[in-house]
Write a protein that binds this ligand. Structure first.
Ligand code: FES
Length: 511
């Protein structure tokens, strides 16, 4: 049977968006002696928005991605656009102040407006639609919290009112309606931005993994294999920047789970809907080639900490409790980073010159990735931006023990315990079912072992190359996930996301 081409992403599960293929780009004639104004690492929504806004202003930009457009979280988002956030307005008022809560609300609105403006300016057909957003409670405790959110949202200038219906078949106590929320198709949007970026003279290289960045004479130099790509500024649009950095203490990696479902009775929600459970569930509808799908997400947990199979099962059980499911056509998971104080870190990296970061979006990456594009492009262009202080990475306080952490982890041994297996060693792995992986003891050491459907075994050193934690097998996405800072590796040990710069050591295949 003919296999349909899909856009690749950082896992084995396929998201609803991946049938939208964003073509591969590489420029073999690239003049690597050329100095770019800005080198942008990461071709998700943050990198593309930054790139197009700078290129529009005459800056010469190059966009580098270790894989391709939308390979990371942008290809696995559920693409909700909201004027409220996972960090609630009462929390922002309490921790930062009333003015800051208002500013945060303005950022949400500006994120949606910017997407709409770029969509209109460039005629991008990305299914952008405005919808009502509904947040509802199911218990007394949640209702109390929701009333506080309603009041604080109004104080922050957000258009929010009480409503009597949550628009889904789940019993509720109280609900709040937020006007002018939106949804879109993230890969169609990225595809449109990329085309315009290229038309404006921008350069993109995919399959261009940046293994290191050095600086020389005020230039930032990205190392991609043997190539050296120099720019006056460099932007990490990769969530946390690669390597051991202060952001590993400030942002915790989480995974969220999503199903794309056909319903028997057409009971698809009109609105974008959210409950208040911990972790919360989120609902919306998207049509792909005329077929509506209920997109239902939740069951989030820290990366590498829980069992992804159980998370999908819990999500499906939850869905079947409330909906007449015809088929679950898609299931996928995606990674996001929760910031320590609730607000994202966007701007210059403390202690570095001309190097920028954008991370800690929580579950609100489409709006905050867009705002990051605006904020970072303004900083590079020398323009004022009202969010500069609120989101500044310089607000990070010094972290106790950080230099010891660096020192200890500089020496982590990544040696491989065995170069070859003897035939009898294969016996040690015979209990492992085909298509699964596990970290196993092997002659007093540990191995990350995967057995494919044909019984072929790949063994890796399970020591994460970032800072030495032990990776865990993710049976759903077929990856090795690190529980410490969200580093993820494919079955061959190649880095697919997170802060590690180097692949897991020592691929060893046994037939
Ligand atoms: Fe930090 Fe693995 S991601 S140790």
């Amino acid at each position: 049977m003919e296999q349909k081409q899909i856009n690749l992403r950082d896992g084995d599960c396929v998201s609803l968006w991946q049938s939208e293929v964003v073509s591969s780009y590489s420029d073999s004639a690239l003049d690597i002696a050329k100095i770019f104004d800005v080198v942008i690492v990461g071709a998700g929504i943050t990198g593309l928005t930054t790139a197009i806004l700078l290129q529009q202003q005459g800056k010469k930009c190059i966009l580098l991605d270790g894989n391709g457009v939308g390979f990371g979280t942008t290809g696995g988002t559920t693409a909700h656009l909201n004027t409220f956030f996972d960090t609630t307005y009462p929390e922002v008022e309490k921790d930062f102040g009333d003015g800051e809560a208002r500013l945060f609300a303005e950022a949400g609105k500006e994120g949606i407006d910017t997407i709409q403006e770029l969509t209109r300016t460039y005629g991008i057909a990305c299914d952008l639609e405005y919808r009502e957003g509904i947040l509802y409670s199911e218990t007394e405790k949640e209702t109390k919290q929701l009333l506080e959110i309603l009041e604080a949202s109004r104080r922050a200038g957000v258009d929010a009112v009480e409503t009597r219906d949550n628009g889904i078949p789940v019993e509720m106590q109280f609900a709040v309606s937020f006007k002018d929320q939106a949804q879109f198709h993230p890969l169609k949007y990225c595809k449109g931005l990329l085309q315009e970026f290229i038309d404006l003279g921008g350069v993109i290289l995919d399959q261009a993994f940046v293994s290191e960045v050095s600086s020389q004479d005020d230039l930032q130099i990205a190392h991609v294999g043997e190539q050296r790509i120099a720019g006056k500024s460099l932007v990490y649009a990769t969530h946390v920047p690669p390597g051991v950095t202060i952001f590993n203490f400030e942002c915790a990696a989480y995974r969220s789970y999503v199903l794309g479902i056909k319903l028997k009775n057409g009971d698809y929600p009109e609105a974008l809907v959210y409950d208040m459970q911990e972790p919360y569930h989120y609902f919306r509808t998207h049509e792909i080639e005329g077929q509506p799908y209920l997109i239902l997400g939740g069951e989030d947990h820290k990366t590498g900490h829980e069992n992804p199979e159980q998370a999908f099962k819990a999500l499906e059980d939850y869905t079947r409790k409330y909906y007449y499911v015809e088929s679950v056509d898609y299931k996928w998971s995606s990674q996001y980073y929760v910031p320590s104080d609730g607000l994202p870190f966007i701007g210059l990296i403390p202690g570095e010159s001309n190097t920028y970061v954008a991370t800690g979006y929580n579950g609100n990456g489409m709006m905050l990735g867009t705002i990051a594009g605006k904020l970072i492009s303004d900083l590079i262009l020398g323009k004022e931006n009202k969010y500069q202080k609120l989101f500044s990475p310089s607000r990070i306080k010094p972290v106790a023990g950080f230099s010891e952490f660096i020192k200890e982890n500089a020496d982590v041994a990544y040696h491989f315990v065995a170069d070859r297996f003897a035939a009898e060693d294969i016996d040690s792995f015979k209990d492992l079912a085909a298509g699964t992986g596990a970290v196993v003891d092997y002659k007093g050491d540990q191995l990350a072992v995967y057995k494919d459907d044909q019984g072929k075994i790949t063994a890796l050193n399970p020591t994460c190359t970032h800072a030495g934690c032990t990776v865990k097998f993710n049976a759903e996405e077929k990856s090795w996930d690190c529980p410490c800072h969200g580093g993820r590796f494919d079955l061959q040990g190649q880095v697919i996301s997170g802060p590690p710069r180097k692949n897991l050591v020592g691929k060893n295949v046994i037939n």
